[in-house]
Design a protein around this ligand. Structure first.
Ligand SMILES: [Zn+2]
Length: 314
């Protein structure tokens, strides 16, 4: 098990190094490939040996080798965080004897959600590049490796969801379609149902929330209220989540994220920040959503974990 965790950690640190680049460059509209990484302070080009996750930062004492100015702790911390997540996910997949292909989807999802949380926290946006690319990846994976989705492999296990459309997926799997077609169709169905459900729920919140805010702005003359109840990026983030984890996860994770977000908003709104256009800035949702989402893939269905703790079944 130690080896499984170690391999997961190394993979996570390497991917985390790339995700650091995503978190820095994508919200700034920069290309992910060009130019090569440089020190943001002196422009010194990072050599390959200075780019080994975590280790390089420690060896360089957290300073640029050229200008000796400090390099943010966020880089090694980001790499270590993804490393830890990937290690947990690897151990879980290994212990539950799930197919190894499960790792691809869960690693991708965990890395993406963590990056979105960081971007949303710092910039208040959720980039389309990240959400759309991930939705496509989830659909391709669902067709290529349908049994990498626990929702298709174990249709009625509450640890992975499978309540909403488990029976329907069973019907597809037992439909008598050719052996290599039925699972792919079930995988794609699970992926698209999750995607559409996620998009639909938050689109409804977006639409009616916007109407309510417009009414409020007009009647109470509150021009400082934002125009949108939630960001459009949040809709795509939940759709992407459904694409990877299926429709049940959408409900559980939205509930968990909303609960945490509500508590977070109460704290943050004590001294609300104003944006440049004078409207109040919204509370970023992705950091709160990321917590139940990451628990879901790294440990298990957060709702069942809580339930088992409360009923003393541990
Ligand atoms: Zn430098």
């Amino acid at each position: 098990m130690f080896i499984v965790a170690a391999i997961g950690f190394i993979m996570g640190a390497v991917i985390g190094s790339f995700l650091n680049v995503v978190v820095w460059r994508v919200p700034r509209g920069m290309s992910l490939v060009r130019p090569p990484s440089t020190c943001p302070k002196c422009g010194h080009r990072i050599r390959p040996w200075e780019n080994i996750p975590i280790i390089s930062w420690l060896c360089l004492g957290g300073r640029c080798s050229s200008c000796h100015l400090p390099i943010s702790w966020k880089y090694p911390a980001g790499e270590a965080a993804v490393g830890l997540l990937y290690a947990l996910i690897s151990v879980r997949v290994w212990q539950a004897a799930l197919p190894l292909s499960t790792l691809i989807g869960w690693w991708w999802f965990a890395g993406t959600i963590l990056s979105l949380a960081r971007i949303d926290f710092e910039h208040g946006i959720i980039p389309n590049l990240v959400t759309y690319t991930s939705m496509i990846a989830a659909a391709v994976l669902a067709v290529a490796f349908p049994f990498s989705r626990p929702t298709v492999l174990l249709t009625h296990d509450p640890q992975f969801g499978g309540i909403l459309i488990g029976k329907f997926l069973d019907k597809i799997l037992d439909s008598g379609l050719p052996q290599d077609l039925a699972p792919r169709l079930a995988g794609l169905t699970d992926c698209l149902t999750g995607l559409l459900l996620g998009a639909l729920i938050l689109w409804i919140v977006y639409y009616f929330g916007g109407k309510a805010l417009a009414l409020w702005r007009k009647q109470r003359n509150r021009t400082d209220l934002p125009e949108e109840a939630i960001g459009r990026g949040d809709i795509k983030m939940l759709a992407m989540t459904g694409a990877f984890l299926g429709p049940d996860a959408v409900i559980y994770l939205l509930a968990g994220g909303t609960l945490l977000g509500f508590i977070g908003a109460l704290i943050m709104l004590r001294n609300p920040k104003q944006r440049k256009d004078g409207t109040l800035s919204q509370v970023p949702f992705a950091p709160f959503f990321a917590i139940p989402a990451l628990i879901w893939v790294a440990v298990g269905n957060w709702f069942y974990i809580l339930f088992r703790i409360c009923s003393n079944e541990f």
